[in-house]
Design a binder for this molecule. Structure first.
Ligand code: NAD
Length: 484
């Protein structure tokens, strides 16, 4: 049986308390995860502090940059190991993980190394009454030990999206991967050792949230800042924990993202975008669409084409040819998603396609498989229109005017992302400007330039990540004023 251990001070650390990691494909146990307790979190904080005071803290930016490039190159060299680990934990298609998860996992180290290498700080020359003047210049310093709390949907990608900039800025990290996806974070420990990363810079602590590693990290006063991706409810709990000691948080949280398809849209472009945003990664993408608004003249056509697309998606094992959708992350998550499938019907939705569990052969019948699902016939008040489900499902609703649709799209406590499909350039800019979200795509979805600000408005997030924006969280700016 595989053992997934904690990684503390450059060593793999076993613990007495363990929990099972099960495969989403067939619910078989694929390994035992060693759960970190208070003792392990204390040891990781001590190791991180020592690294900051020691070799890591005294490295030049150029040396850190070289180190991060070496990490990225080593992930690339061990691409197949990372791919196998991510696919085993999540059940997602290999084609998806090999195009997105693992390459982005490596790229996240390079991009932030480049940012840190090139970013200037500000300088102001100042007049003083004595005529001599003063010079102000800002310097950036690491915030210290950063707690990194991660979700399971894009494990390596979302973890390195935080660890990359944190290390580029000279911090040390305590990473808590999701209990569902322990493997790639653990594997990254091997990478850190093989490139000679100083001990204690990168630590991994396995476990759950309350009463486990998540809580022990976020409540630890030796942790200077906490960055989190996950559900909004969890983010709020972490914010409360961080209030003790007035420690900064960066939160990337849930969404209920709309796609808006105007009648003048290029239908193929809109269908391609909406298909992907609803169903890729089995609907488990924070930026995914669970509300599709289609202008009335093309509503019926759009729904029937989306139905045809969903029914063509091949559900299967990660390495099957042409597979378009894997299982959900776990049976527990499937129970949650299926509860919404039932609620939709109870509230009177028409199920256009899906709505249940597909028939899977052999032992796969035990896995967390689910059908891609499309509903119509309910309005904005329905639970499936308001609450984040995080599955391969969407409610499609008609609309009649631009003013109406902006108001309806904004009528939510969330504000992560939206996509707008139209060929009217003025309308595209107008609507994009009015949507209360952190990210808008026009005639596309999930097209990412990693230098741009990424994050959510309203209850979808606090702070922005990406390019120089990540530096706001991972560094403390200090102004030095020199009187001449
Ligand atoms: P989750 O909130 O259940 O868990 C996320 C992490 O927090 C896990 O590692 C978990 O163990 C830990 N945790 C839970 N309770 C905790 C506590 N009290 N203290 C400390 N740690 C705690 O989220 P999930 O189910 O893993 O991920 C899915 C959610 O993540 C969805 O809501 C999705 O929208 C969101 N998400 C957002 C983004 C984004 O960029 N905005 C990206 C991906 C996922």
């Amino acid at each position: 049986m595989k053992q997934f251990r904690n990684f503390i001070n450059g060593e793999f650390v076993a613990t007495e308390k363990k929990f099972e990691k099960r495969s989403p494909l067939d619910n078989s146990v694929i390994g035992m995860v060693h759960e970190a307790g208070k003792k392990e979190v204390d040891a990781a904080v001590d190791a991180a502090r020592a690294a900051l005071k020691g070799p890591w803290g005294s490295m030049t930016i150029a040396q850190r940059v070289d180190m991060l490039y070496a990490v990225a190159n080593e992930i690339d060299r061990r691409f197949e190991d990372f791919l196998a680990a991510e696919v085993a934990d999540t059940g997602k298609p290999r084609s998806l993980a090999s195009h997105i998860d693992i390459p982005r996992g490596a790229a996240n180290f390079k991009i932030f190394a480049d940012v840190v290498k090139n970013v200037p700080t500000e300088f102001f020359e100042m007049a003083t009454p004595d005529g001599r003047g003063a010079l102000n210049y800002a310097v950036r310093r690491p915030v210290g030990v950063v707690g990194v709390i991660c979700p399971w949907n894009l494990p390596l990608l979302l973890m390195t999206w935080k660890v990359g900039p944190a290390l580029a800025c000279g911090n040390a990290v305590l990473v808590k991967p999701s209990e569902e996806t322990p493997q790639t974070a653990t594997l990254l420990g091997e990478v850190m050792n093989s490139v000679g990363m100083p001990k204690g810079v990168y630590n991994v602590l396995h476990g759950f949230g309350p009463g486990s590693a998540g809580e022990f990290i976020t409540t630890h006063r030796g942790v200077n800042a906490i960055t989190f991706t996950g559900e909004t409810r969890t983010g709020a709990a972490i914010m409360k924990a961080a209030a003790d000691g007035a420690r900064p948080v960066s939160l990337e949280m849930g969404g209920k993202n709309p796609a808006i398809v105007f009648a003048d849209a290029d239908l193929d472009v809109a269908l391609d975008g909406v298909m992907r945003s609803c169903f890729v990664n089995c609907g488990q993408v924070c930026l995914g669409t669970e509300r599709v608004y289609v202008e009335r003249p093309i509503f019926d056509t759009f729904v029937s084409k989306l139905k045809a697309g969903a029914e063509k998606l091949k559900i299967g094992r990660p390495d099957e040819k042409d597979v378009g959708m894997g299982p959900l992350i776990s049976l527990e998550h499937r129970n949650k998603v299926l509860s919404y499938y039932r609620k939709a019907v109870e509230e009177g939705a028409t199920v256009v396609t899906g709505g249940g569990v597909p028939n899977m052969p052999g032992e796969m019948a035990e896995g967390a498989w689910i059908q891609p699902t499309i509903w119509i016939g309910l309005g904005d008040d329905a639970a499936i229109a308001r609450e984040e489900i995080f599955g391969p499902c969407t409610l499609v609703m008609p609309f009649d005017s631009e003013e109406e649709i902006v108001a309806r799209a904004n009528d939510t406590t969330y504000g992560l992302a939206a996509s707008v499909y139209t060929q009217n350039i003025n309308r595209a800019h107008r609507v994009a400007g009015e949507l209360e979200v952190g990210l808008v795509w026009v005639n596309s979805w999930f097209l990412r330039d990693l230098r741009t600000p990424f994050g959510g408005a309203k209850q979808s997030g606090i702070g922005r990540e990406g390019g120089v924006h990540s530096l706001e969280f991972y560094t403390e700016q200090k102004n030095i004023c020199v009187k001449l």
